[in-house]
Design a protein around this ligand. Structure first.
Ligand code: NAP
Length: 281
């Protein structure tokens, strides 16, 4: 029987722990962890994600500071806002919702976030430090996946891992995190040749492509660990899961696998940032 890598369950269990830690901070330090969320423009999906993040803060007793900026906001205006939040002692974490409107230089804006408040793990400095196995907050989706793999004691050392996708927030940090756990990692992307053949060698497959059911079940070998980071309105991921679940050794369901771990990791890292700020870490 395949192990279900149940992100919903782990995120609910973790929230209990986070609530207790928040209570402690409130009682002892008379302080509340605060996540600042920045939404630029009016993309409905982004607005929903930001709302979900605010709700998750509420569930564990944390506060969120919602910043909503006009679609026409310039790069320098956004950086100015980020710098204000960097300087605001009450704010412990900053989330800039991705993607920002096209005219904005997203990378410069991400990199304007103070490393101490980069709880979404989006800065180049954070990526570099994480890659070098120095202390840094992890990019939330891949780090959420790593937490899930650890919870279910999935062996990584010496395993062949294939990550399909190389985005700065998902594929690339995922590959580095797996490498840091001594997996042998192959990163695939839109220019990769012989994708099915490469995937067929994988002990661990991570789908982070952004195309519904793009990775076919018959590309994946028996007993592989199947991690699907994708989520699409038709309630499926980037992997054609149906055909592979029964042959896999473990898999993330969609929904209820990777998705809940992303927000949970954001909340966890905001709490950690607050604890570090108060000298409680
Ligand atoms: P992205 O920025 O669009 O990146 C997609 C990656 O897939 C790129 O590296 C691209 O390659 C690669 N790709 C595209 N077509 C391909 C093909 N035909 N063959 C092989 N590789 C191909 O997407 P993302 O932000 O990383 O997100 C990936 C998925 O994860 C999406 O389904 C998204 O919804 C999901 N996601 C989920 C969460 C969550 O909380 N659960 C969070 C973030 C993202 P190139 O680099 O060559 O273009």
């Amino acid at each position: 029987m395949a192990i279900v890598l149940d992100g919903k369950k782990l995120s609910l269990e973790s929230e209990n722990d986070f609530s207790k830690r928040v209570e402690k901070i409130k009682a002892k330090n008379h302080s509340t962890p605060i996540l600042a969320t920045i939404l630029v423009g009016s993309d409905p999906a982004s607005a929903t994600y930001v709302k979900m993040k605010g709700n998750a803060c509420k569930r564990v007793g944390m506060d969120s500071l919602k910043i909503e900026l006009d679609e026409a906001t310039t790069t320098s205006e956004l950086i100015k806002k980020i710098k204000e939040l960097n300087a605001n002692e009450d704010v412990h974490g900053i989330l800039l919702q991705h993607p920002v409107p096209e005219h904005i230089d997203e990378r410069s804006c991400f990199d304007a976030i103070d490393i101490k408040k980069d709880v979404d793990g989006v800065t180049s400095l954070g990526f570099g430090r994480m890659s070098m196995q120095e202390r840094a907050y992890g990019s939330c989706t891949p780090y959420g996946i790593m937490r899930l793999l650890k919870e279910y004691k999935i062996p990584l050392e010496g395993k062949s891992a294939v990550v399909v996708g190389r985005s700065p927030i998902l594929g690339k940090p995922m590959a580095m995190m797996l490498l840091n756990e001594n997996a042998t990692v192959t990163i695939c992307h839109s220019r990769t040749k012989n994708l099915p053949e490469i995937i067929s060698t994988a002990d661990i497959v991570v789908g982070a492509v952004g195309i519904p059911k793009f990775i076919k079940s018959d590309w994946i070998k028996d007993n592989a660990v199947v991690v699907d980071a994708g989520y699409h309105p038709e309630k499926c991921g980037d992997i054609d899961l149906e055909g592979v679940i029964s042959r896999s050794s473990a898999y993330t369901p969609v929904p209820g696998g990777v998705g809940p771990m992303t927000i949970n990791t954001l909340i966890m890292q905001t709490l950690e940032s607050c604890e570090a700020h108060l000298g409680l870490d």
